[in-house]
Write a protein that binds this ligand. Sequence first.
Ligand code: AHR
Length: 327
Amino acid sequence: MLKRLSVAMVGVVLLGSALAGCGSKDDSTGSGSGDGKIVLGFSQVGAESGWRTANTKSIQDSAKAAGIELKFADAQGKQENQITAIRSFITQKVDVIAFSPVVTSGWDAVLKEAKDAGIPVILTDRAVDSQDTSLYVTFLGSDFIEEGKKAGQWLVDQYKGKTGPVSIVELQGTTGAAPAIDRQKGFADTIAADPNLKIVKSQTGDFTRAQGKTVMETFLQSTPKIDVLYAHNDDMGLGAIEAIEAAGKKPGTDIKIITVDAVKDGMTALSEGKINYIVECSPLLGPQLMDVVKQVKSGGSPEKRILTKETTFTQEQAKTELPNRQY
Ligand code: AHR
């Protein structure tokens, strides 16, 4: 209890200092930082995965390189913290707000406040389900449905021409988050092509390694036969690998594993044969985001949807790619 309390207090202090770092600008018109720099307020989901850490670094490094003043707030996985951060950015009259929404729904009110204040909002990485698309200027990020489809297609190809049921367990991302919803849908729709492929268990592991391990332990205890694990990100897959090894099974051989992201740790496990296939989701959104921020600030209209280019990796491809992996 005490431990939980102190973790929560650290969270509050961190959020407080992140927002305190959002000091007010000299220029109350919202047209610059006073020293001519564009001011960007960015609300990040948290630090739940290797992907997120790489994404944060990409945004911070790119802002610096582009000469943009970045006011960065870490929401620690909580929507209410993101709403507080966005309201703080509005009060400070930043030039542009960008954020990666932890979940898809519940944004209309705060987005309308930003619109009424004349501050353009850019969605990065994850989408919102707002019907009124005028509440944001663009959405820059991956096609998560496509990622789920790529994962499913690999599995369909693996079992082509084979008979007998294939028992699949799924570790979902954060409940209500766009990548969890879409990766589940893309995968389920694609494997429907083969009636032998059946998802027997599906539960959230909240995109973290720790929960991936815990949930996989329960899957292993409650499911007599598991042929395949589909994890919505590398971190949950890596946690699950620990559980599989602890249960005396060989990941990648006894249980085939498909994950999404392709961060260094995931690619290492893939090259070692512990993961079988990874669908890439690039966290390096910073440079594109800064270009869009500049475009918006100078009165331009970016495309409403800006897609990230991504690929997939087999075990052999991972061996070649690993030395070049930046994150
Ligand atoms: O929104 C992108 C997802 O969020 C990544 O796939 C996952 O690792 C992260 O936490």
